[in-house]
Write a protein that binds this ligand. Structure first.
Ligand SMILES: Nc1nc2c(ncn2[C@@H]2O[C@H](COP(=O)(O)OP(=O)(O)OP(=O)(O)O)[C@@H](O)[C@H]2O)c(=O)[nH]1
Ligand SMILES: [Mg+2]
Length: 306
């Protein structure tokens, strides 16, 4: 069975940095990782990728040839990739034996809830190559400072979850910068747990600009609460503890933790129901004390890591 992550989220939310940091973390804990860049607009890649969409189609060529802007060009590239999915399958096949896959997707959110090509591609890969993928949806944490933006982030997360139909984890990325643009009105758990949005509405009411949208905001918050699907994990990509905690969640969601367990059904369900912080044998954390996404390549070259 092949496990991996589909990394998505709005532009600039940290997807490429995440793929870089996550691949280094996973390598340190002993996994063979392949990063697949499916964003034709990613020109300076910080990681070494196993498959690059640029080898199939270049955004600059599409824009010049079809007189398209960057967004139209990107939709064209994704359509083209969907039509040439055999190319991607043939590139992935050699990796299926022993690699963990990280897919770096473009940030245009409409690709995930207006157009169906990204979803069709993922569904086809999952079925045909028997992949176990979790969607990791990154949202910039500073959006929590503004109640209106936070409601938008909740809606975006919900619609992406419903559209993709994969095991799904929403992440507040760049959590180290959460209060950079203002103080939070509530504690962090309020924003991560998404338990009672009525407090948020009261907070919004204090802003005279939002009185006009009071009813709309209430209805939107009700929709989010009625589905009861959205909550957030947090991430600071420079902090190994934070990355480790997220890996545990992802491994639980896509079944990686069960991959090598040959137990009875009872043992199996005991593990599934256990609290998240069980003795997690796959994490020799001592080995990754020096985790730092920014200098890892240098450390490997110096023989500090293998
Ligand atoms: N402080 C901080 N900065 C981060 C973190 N993750 C990413 N960044 C920064 O956020 C910026 C955007 O990161 P990218 O990885 O390029 O974001 P992206 O989602 O791939 O962007 P697009 O591909 O353009 O959609 C970069 O300057 C990163 O260094 C984090 O956890 N903390
Ligand atoms: Mg990127």
């Amino acid at each position: 069975m092949v496990f991996g992550q589909v990394v998505i989220g709005p532009p600039g939310s940290g997807k490429t940095t995440y793929c870089n940091g996550m691949s280094q973390f996973l390598k340190l804990i002993g996994r063979k990782v392949a990063v697949i860049n499916l964003d034709p607009a990613n020109d300076a890649l910080p990681y070494e990728c196993a498959v690059n969409i640029e080898d199939l189609i270049k955004l600059s060529d599409v824009m010049a040839e079809h007189s398209l802007g960057p967004n139209g060009g990107l939709v064209y590239c994704m359509d083209f990739l969907e039509k040439n999915i055999d190319w991607l399958e043939s590139k992935l096949k050699p990796l299926l034996e022993d690699h963990y896959l990280l897919f770096d997707f473009p940030g245009q959110v409409e690709l995930f809830f207006l157009h169906s090509n990204a979803k069709n591609m993922i569904t086809r890969l999952v079925k045909k190559l028997d992949l176990r993928l979790t969607a990791v949806h990154l949202v910039d944490a500073h959006l929590c400072c503004d109640p209106g933006k936070y409601v938008s982030a909740l809606l975006l997360s919900l619609s992406t979850m419903l559209h993709l139909e994969l095991p799904h984890i929403n992440v507040l990325s760049k959590i180290d910068l959460i209060e950079k643009y203002g103080k939070l009105a509530f504690n962090l758990e309020f924003y991560t747990d998404v338990q009672d949005l009525s407090y948020l509405q009261r907070h919004l009411d204090q802003d005279p600009r939002s009185t006009k949208y009071r009813k709309l905001t209430k209805e939107l918050c009700d929709v989010i609460e009625d589905f009861g699907l959205v909550n957030f994990a947090t991430l600071d990509i420079q902090d190994k503890e934070s990355v480790g905690n997220l890996v545990k969640l992802i491994d639980k969601s896509n079944g990686y933790i069960f991959a090598s367990i040959q137990g009875s059904v009872v043992d199996f369900s005991k593990i599934a129901a256990a609290p998240l912080n069980w003795d997690y044998y796959r994490y020799p954390f001592g080995q990754c004390d020096a985790f730092n996404p920014t200098n890892l390549d240098e450390r490997v070259q110096n023989g500090l890591e293998t």
